[in-house]
Design a binder for this molecule. Structure first.
Ligand code: NAD
Length: 501
């Protein structure tokens, strides 16, 4: 769990140029199974030479990979999709073991990763250019006898960038890398993945499976590490673009550093997501939607609905029904039958949640359900779900990302006041409304400041054909991951003007 603990387990290898590469560096992180406390992996943190080797392998593979026809490139992705489907159970079990997700959550997140591969298989269409014939006629010195002049045509092509780097968080260690590298390599780039140091086995296994799918050596490489390795990668002369997913603190810094080194950068960052419950909402759908959104993945989701704003008298029915549902949560290891909520991913995360429960209490919020007193297994990183009621917009539990199973309930007199609470947030990842009123939905859609909206949907996660669209401090950059944006981020345009004399 921490770099100071000791273990006899060897550190994980990097995967460079299609082969395993041992380089433990001088510092490592020991990771535990969050349900049992057993050591599951050791991550090298500062093997910067391995980072250099990974970039060199990717740079050398770029020349021939970028010249490989796109239709041939995506054949590897078709094969990879089938291989992942065949290994879905094995991958889900890895997620349960090193992340702590329930089996259902794990299987679901492998499936969402495969969706991204299917989307990347559309690269022949997504990276297609455009042509405009006869943009002009040159008539002065090259006019032919029987024509009024020589026609000029123009086109724009989309071309790969070169070596792209992906830096990914711990919370979806299979799905989030799939937001990046399948589209990047489908577009003709080569890739270096730097997965989270907290649960790296998932990325190792999915990268090994990519090699089984036949990607040529060097097209996809994996290097482990922490900030020292990230800094090395984003400053590297041979790296063209950096895609980051993680906290706003790290993302803001990586965006600034990447831009200073002239890289193309996109950073999908942290969140504090607000859901609005109107008095006319379908009660079952609202309770169900918020329950799943707040406590699914033990609250460790950038789309977790962590604040609910009850408008008018909706709190009277919503809060008791949600509390009753929450008291029924069965906390346990993700692979145990009947478990509905797994542990936090590591002890630091659990302690952060415990600290925030104390903060909310001292700020004067009502602790309706207290995660500190829940019945949880005696080992591991467990904490129970927490609901704070009567949270006000100035409280830290109503504004800061807790990234755990903690829900803050606010109360507002009107939709306008509720939207005002949402828009005070420095984040703008997603926002949700539960109502039967088209008028309220329209007002919500036109005034709320967030990049992903849900209407009577608890977790409005976009399918891979749509961009993942955070705003404000939830995103730094221009082009998002997935959707058409994904192909645009991983390609550059080139215009040609043609005249045949
Ligand atoms: P994190 O920022 O701690 O780590 C993310 C990655 O950045 C890791 O690979 C890590 O090694 C690296 N990193 C961390 N600090 C760094 C630094 N100072 N310099 C360089 N690299 C650094 O995030 P996490 O705890 O792994 O993940 C949780 C966060 O990710 C939450 O804030 C969550 O909201 C966010 N997240 C956002 C999205 C999104 O699409 N917006 C999706 C998933 C997770």
């Amino acid at each position: 769990m921490s770099s100071t603990s000791s273990t006899s387990m060897p550190s994980l290898p990097h995967l460079i140029g299609g082969a395993s590469h041992e380089d433990a560096g001088t510092a490592q992180r020991i990771n535990i199974d969050p349900a049992t406390g057993e050591t599951v992996s050791v991550t090298p943190l500062d093997a910067v030479d391995a980072a250099d080797r990974a970039v060199a392998a990717a740079a050398s593979a770029f020349e021939s990979w970028s010249q490989t026809p796109v239709g041939d490139r995506i054949q590897h992705l078709f094969r990879y999709k089938t291989i992942l489907e065949d290994h879905a159970e094995e991958l889900a079990a890895i997620l349960v073991r090193e992340h702590g997700k329930t089996m259902g959550e794990s299987v679901g997140s492998v499936r969402r990763g495969i969706d991204c591969i299917e989307h990347a298989c559309a690269a022949p269409v997504l990276m297609m250019g455009r042509t405009l014939p006869q943009i002009a006629v040159s008539s002065s010195f090259c006019r032919t006898e029987d024509e009024g002049g020589v026609g000029i045509d123009s086109s724009v092509d989309r071309l790969p960038l070169g070596v792209c780097v992906g830096i990914t968080p711990f919370n979806f260690p299979i799905m989030v890398p799939m937001w990046m590298w399948p589209m990047a390599v489908a577009c003709g780039n080569t890739f270096v993945l730097k997965p989270s140091e907290k649960d790296p086995i998932s990325a190792v296994r999915t990268t090994e499976l990519a090699h089984e799918a036949g990607f040529p050596e060097g097209v996809l490489n994996l290097v482990h590490g922490g900030p020292a390795v990230v800094d090395r990668l984003i400053a590297h002369d041979d790296v063209a673009a950096v895609s980051f997913v993680g906290s706003t603190r790290a993302g803001a810094s990586i965006y600034a550093k990447g831009a200073a080194h002239g890289k193309r950068v996109q950073c999908m960052c942290g969140a504090k997501n607000f859901s609005i419950i109107m008095p006319d909402a379908n009660r079952g759908a609202a309770v169900d939607g918020i329950f799943g959104s707040a406590f699914g993945n033990t609250g460790q989701r950038c789309l977790a609905g962590s604040v609910v704003v009850c408008v008018g008298d909706s709190a009277d029915w919503f809060v008791p029904a949600l509390a009753e549902r929450t008291r029924g949560i069965k906390i346990g290891a993700g692979d145990q039958a009947g478990t509905s909520m797994g542990p936090m991913q590591d002890l630091e995360s659990r302690d952060r949640v415990l600290e925030y429960i104390g903060i909310g209490e001292s700020e004067g919020a009502t602790v309706l359900i207290d995660g500190r007193t829940a019945k949880v297994p005696s080992v591991g990183c467990f904490v129970g779900p927490t609901i704070f009621d009567h949270v006000t917009p100035d409280m830290r539990v109503g504004t800061e990302e807790i990234f755990g199973p903690v829900l803050s309930v606010m109360r507002a007199g009107s939709l306008e006041e509720a939207v005002g609470f949402v828009n005070r947030s420095e984040y703008g990842n997603m926002s949700v409304i539960f109502t039967d009123s088209g008028h309220a939905v329209r007002k919500f859609e036109r005034t709320v400041q967030a990049g992903m909206l849900g209407v009577n949907v608890g977790v409005p996660a976009p399918m891979a054909a749509f961009p993942f669209c955070g705003w404000k401090k939830s995103f730094y950059g221009d082009l998002h991951v997935n959707g058409e944006d994904g192909a645009r981020f991983f390609t550059k345009s080139r215009v040609t003007v043609r005249r045949w004399l």
